[in-house]
Design a protein around this ligand. Structure first.
Ligand SMILES: Cc1ncc(COP(=O)(O)O)c(C=O)c1O
Length: 375
């Protein structure tokens, strides 16, 4: 039997390889390697795809979040509410601008921030909320926008894992003040290296982010602000523009893979499968199940994962330790049991192979193997 990896990029490359080679050669011949028309053209295409007026491309999803916070002038003494169940970058950037992350527990069904618990975490220092559309499932943006309006807070959507997902008919990254995207290779729209983008309808914010991503530059060798170097290179932009035209069909394939898993896994006891929230269109960057049978700690899940690996099935644990209990955040003073749902979920989650080209027979192999490991 073939080994099945958790994600696989070479199948996609076989489909687009020729177009990529042509586009890369054109950029190399052009002599414009950083910024320039290829990057600007991709920014326009991506803004149109997301449904906003402005897109500023940058070097990574991490930088996109950092630049968004900087443009909103969030810094020392401010608090930013976010989820403890996400990749470290979401919180890391809050710390990087000098503000304090405030973690609010998650909803076990969606893995996203529990909007009913946000109000209790708001103080007079709170400036923004960063919801994450985790695993490709949109957070409850209707409730989040209501909370933001009531308390005059900014919302920065972390769309790193959800390019193309929709909430109430609108693409994520177009609903709040700012959307932040990652083009890390395994994302729904992935570059052949690092890349990221910020989307917004606010021209002033976009102008500020454009300046900050290029050393705070307001003219040749004139610097208005302390910025960073976070320019997207033209090779990545050229590749991303090609891939953007395939994104909807790849997301449709991901949705089919998720539907197949749902059908195959539903009868299995001891497994909770992810459900798409009503009114949303998830794009399944990950397909993450919970192993709930006798799961008081992570060792049973880890055992299943190791056995699956022996059967040739790759899987991932996103994420084994919540952010509020990470060593880097011990000074924030959180204790075990502070955010119980998230802590429990971290012991239970297992992400199964998920990529657009995964075949039905491979999915059957994944599920039969999982059945063996659980029996
Ligand atoms: C939820 C989330 N936010 C932010 C990031 C950071 O993106 P990048 O790796 O492009 O810096 C990632 C990347 O894994 C992510 O998954």
């Amino acid at each position: 039997m073939n080994e099945i990896p958790p994600f696989e990029l070479t199948r996609q490359y076989k489909i687009i390889g020729e177009k990529v080679s042509v586009a890369v050669a054109e950029v190399l011949k052009s002599g414009r390697y950083i910024g320039g028309p290829t990057v600007e053209s991709f920014e326009q295409q991506f803004a149109a795809y997301i449904g906003v007026s402005e897109c500023v491309a940058c070097n990574s999803g991490t930088d996109a979040l950092y630049l968004a916070l900087r443009a909103l002038e969030i810094g020392i003494g401010d608090e930013v509410i976010t989820t403890p169940f996400t990749f470290i970058a979401t919180a890391e950037v809050i710390t990087a601008v000098g503000a304090t992350p405030v973690f609010v527990d998650i909803d076990a069904e969606t893995f996203n921030i529990d909007v009913t618990k946000i109000a209790a975490a708001i103080t007079d220092k709170t400036k923004a909320i960063i919801p994450v559309h985790l695993f490709g499932q949109p957070a409850d943006m209707t409730s989040l926008m209501d909370i933001a309006q009531t308390h005059s807070l900014a919302i920065i959507e972390d769309c790193a894992q959800a390019t193309g997902a929709e909430w109430a008919g609108q693409k994520v990254g177009s609903i709040s003040h700012i959307g932040c995207f990652s083009f890390y290779p395994t994302k729904n729209l992935g570059a052949c290296g690092d890349g990221g983008a910020v989307t917004t309808n606010d021209k002033n914010l976009a102008a500020s982010i454009r300046m900050l991503r290029d050393h705070g530059k307001s003219g040749y060798y004139y610097h208005q602000k302390t910025g960073i170097n976070s320019r997207l290179d033209a090779l990545q932009a050229a590749i991303l523009a090609i891939k953007l035209s395939y994104l909807d069909s790849w997301n449709t394939q991901r949705r089919q893979v998720a539907a197949n898993y749902q059908e195959l896994l539903e009868p299995l006891p001891g497994i909770v499968i992810p459900q798409e929230m009503a009114g949303s269109r998830a794009v399944w960057n990950q397909y993450t199940i919970r192993l709930t049978k006798d799961q008081s700690n992570s060792s049973d899940r880890d055992q299943v994962r190791a056995e699956l690996q022996q059967l040739g099935i790759g899987s991932m644990v996103y994420y084994p330790l919540p952010l509020h209990l990470q060593p880097v955040y011990k000074d924030l003073g959180y204790q075990t049991s502070d955010l119980k749902v998230c802590e429990q979920v971290c012991c239970e989650v297992l992400s199964l192979p998920m990529f657009p080209e995964l075949t039905f027979s491979e999915q059957q192999q994944v599920v039969y193997s999982l059945k063996d490991c659980l029996s």
